[in-house]
Write a protein that binds this ligand. Sequence first.
Ligand SMILES: Nc1ncnc2c1ncn2[C@@H]1O[C@H](COP(=O)(O)OP(=O)(O)OP(=O)(O)O)[C@@H](O)[C@H]1O
Ligand SMILES: [Mg+2]
Length: 1165
Amino acid sequence: MAKMEVKTSLLDNMIGVGDMVLLEPLNEETFINNLKKRFDHSEIYTYIGSVVISVNPYRSLPIYSPEKVEEYRNRNFYELSPHIFALSDEAYRSLRDQDKDQCILITGESGAGKTEASKLVMSYVAAVCGKGAEVNQVKEQLLQSNPVLEAFGNAKTVRNDNSSRFGKYMDIEFDFKGDPLGGVISNYLLEKSRVVKQPRGERNFHVFYQLLSGASEELLNKLKLERDFSKYNYLSLDSAKVNGVDDAANFRTVRNAMQIVGFMDHEAESVLAVVAAVLKLGNIEFKPESRVNGLDESKIKDKNELKEICELTGIDQSVLERAFSFRTVEAKQEKVSTTLNVAQAYYARDALAKNLYSRLFSWLVNRINESIKAQTKVRKKVMGVLDIYGFEIFEDNSFEQFIINYCNEKLQQIFIELTLKEEQEEYIREDIEWTHIDYFNNAIICDLIENNTNGILAMLDEECLRPGTVTDETFLEKLNQVCATHQHFESRMSKCSRFLNDTSLPHSCFRIQHYAGKVLYQVEGFVDKNNDLLYRDLSQAMWKASHALIKSLFPEGNPAKINLKRPPTAGSQFKASVATLMKNLQTKNPNYIRCIKPNDKKAAHIFTEALVCHQIRYLGLLENVRVRRAGYAFRQAYEPCLERYKMLCKQTWPHWKGPARSGVEVLFNELEIPVEEYSFGRSKIFIRNPRTLFKLEDLRKQRLEDLATLIQKIYRGWKCRTHFLLMKKSQIVIAAWYRRYAQQKRYQQTKSSALVIQSYIRGWKARKILRELKHQKRCKEAVTTIAAYWHGTQARRELRRLKEEARNKHAIAVIWAYWLGSKVRREYRKFFRANAGKKIYEFTLQRIRELLGESRPKKARALSCETAMSCGRARLASKLVGRRVTGSQAVQPHPQGLWSSPSFREVQKYFLEMKNKMPSLSPIDKNWPSRPYLFLDSTHKELKRIFHLWRCKKYRDQFTDQQKLIYEEKLEASELFKDKKALYPSSVGQPFQGAYLEINKNPKYKKLKDAIEEKIIIAEVVNKINRANGKSTSRIFLLTNNNLLLADQKSGQIKSEVPLVDVTKVSMSSQNDGFFAVHLKEGSEAASKGDFLFSSDHLIEMATKLYRTTLSQTKQKLNIEISDEFLVQFRQDKVCVKFIQGNQKNGSVPTCKRKNNRLLEVAVP
Ligand SMILES: Nc1ncnc2c1ncn2[C@@H]1O[C@H](COP(=O)(O)OP(=O)(O)OP(=O)(O)O)[C@@H](O)[C@H]1O
Ligand SMILES: [Mg+2]
């Protein structure tokens, strides 16, 4: 990588000196040598303080590349080697950062490089300012305005192939950020004479050549032009071609630039049409024609050209033709028309061409301004770039040079004012020690030219406006009178005798000692040029054009706006515009570029010292350096100075409490700046050497960087800390959540582990317990088994022992019985053998007979008797011995007859066993031992019957009288209803209570009780069936010994009383219901209402008691009819009460329904 050369000061690697202030010794020679040395080393820029001297290299140097732009961008002015970019950067930055409007004044003579310099400034600013689509468009439009204006305003001159023939001042406007917003261009004094005539070796304005070379055939035809330059009188032919210039290509560039700037196609074509018209105007030629009055009159030679012009511009040919032949003068409202001679016609033609072109140029500038003007109304910062013609000293200097040089005088004045005079004055004002430097103040020259009463311009105007014959000579005479005494005015004819013999001063000239040198002006043409006369006929003709642009260029041609006042002269117009420009420049911070032309040959590498020396002199550069060296390079008010550098000292940073001046003092002391390097003014600090300023700037820059680093550091620290705190907070939250999650998980794990362990332990415990239980169970089972076996063994042993004992006892008993029997028999043999046996036998036999009755067959009877006898015998025997005779005893073998037979033994055994198997004495006990032998079947049954009768008797013998009565009633009921009435079996188990209602005890029935004196047999609630509808009502049914009473259940009031003698019959069904009818004796008092139909739960008891009571009282049996259909007397009618089988859905209760008059149906379920 190539090592980059980085300069930190313009002092580094200096060729000669970069700043003329540093030149030692300082004189014209060293100054020029320094410039030459630098020029030879391609260093074309040199400073005088902040002024840039630029020497035209006439070759392209590689010092304007984008890299160079970057190099100079934002760098200190004195930091790098001198360059136009450094000045541009300084101006742009102080505009952007310090809000100071700037102007860049570029001066120098023709060909010195002013226009190039202005373009370099603009391109640098365009490169470093803001970017963006909109900004770029503005920049492009600003830059592209140059080719357009150059095409129309520049021309090849002997001094410069691209000489600007107008003055240009361009205000570039920026917003607060430094982005360009737009611009305004002012043009000054176009050299319009060039349109009709060019000096030898020079050309007309570029646009004419460009149009003819670059336009398409079609366009040329349209504009009625031919490509050949020689066809046009206004184009000089000897230098129509310029070396290295391609007019055709430039034409395309211009068209393109017009498009970018914002010209519509039709606008561009209109402009070209005007250019064509101007060209063609030059081809109109006149010939003299004598008139009758002897005066010459001009006639157009060839009207073809005129015709084409009229076609191009849309002017009536006759109108234009007349305008070229006549001149109308209006005076005191009278129009006087005079013919024009040929010379006047040519003058009119040229005047028209010049006016047309110069007005077109002004229109172009306005049109460009319209396009590039800033679109916003925000406050703008302005950078003005002034590219104005330099001082001109030609061989023949005319009105134009006079004007141009006047302008340069004014610019010099500004320069003097701002740099020299102002500087000195400031020093005095600020009470700074100052050695006065003499400098030439050109105000006196300006005054000579512009003074309103006796200035040259005022004289010229006066002469032009004066009635009578006015010529250039009369003007010169006037000057000779008025200005003769002025020390800068020289004229042969003046009163001043100094110049009377000066042969270098012709009679028709005057000379002015400009600040830049003496200039001899030819007075010829001054009056005409100042008048700038265009005959009114021509302007009116132009106004009549249908070509809109041309029409708009000549507003004074409008007859409606005729102004008899003369238009302002060229001189006064210029003076006014220069005054405006000066005013404008004074409000801005000036930056100077002084351009120097090294040679007259437009050649590179040639440095003509004489030429340069001349320029140095008239630009006053040496004086400039002297002032710079004597004074201070930099000054600044204390406040901004302190504000700017206060960060360099601890005491002043960040705030200085005291006055700004003492702050700056402290600051400079602290920084140890040598005292000779600065001075304290009243309100400003003056720094002698730029280096001190650079040092301060560098320190500041360094400090700012440190501060920026500090701010960055603190900000980064804050940011990091904020970030850290956030992270920490987040981390805590995350950790908390994570811990919670981890703990939860751990808890779950522990819980599940505990559960597993628990389950294992429980399982283990359970299995242990189970094992124990199983063990215990097995132990128990074993114990039980052992015990069972043991008990079994014990039991069997006991059984064996008992059996043994029993056998022993039995044997003893048998032996004892036998022994006892034999003993008894032996003792009582004597009694029995005689008669006892026979008697016992008979007695037994008789008893048996009694028991068996006589109906039995003899054989059976005999057998029974035998059995009984044997049995009786045994019993008897036992009685005799006074103890029970066991079976075995009873069946002991009998030595004789029946007793010893086997059947007898079985009968004996039967009886003895029966004795032990007797059932209980309850009459209802149906148990009876089973029959052991078939042959004893009848005996067994008979014995069962006898036993039952016997125990019944025994049972009856226990009854009281009361019980006997109940059983009698029950017996009576059984006889009356058994197998007749289905209700009967259910009544057997029910005891007959009779007085169900305890009338005696219940106070509710006290009245009823009092009414009845007899004994109450039945007191019960019955349902009395309503005869009419079969529905029932509760009644108390009372039966006494003599009467049957019905009483109200609630009140106890007796409703009916029937003597029992009147009751004839009781009817009821055979079914399982409680309905019964009580029939009454016909004709009896009780029967007046008819029979009663009741239903009662105790029907059987009631009927039985009614029957028994009636029987005991009347000795007559009451008729009880049991039938499923019977008649009942209801008053007069006999109604049939019919019992039918009811279905289950009516419930288990019998229901009674009156079917019709004759039928009452009772459904029994
Ligand atoms: N910095 C430069 N680098 C290279 N060539 C330059 C430079 N400055 C000027 N020139 C050359 O010098 C010629 C004349 O320059 P320019 O047109 O800027 O002069 P000028 O001062 O504007 O003259 P005029 O007053 O006639 O307009 C340019 O056409 C160009 O060829
Ligand atoms: Mg120029």
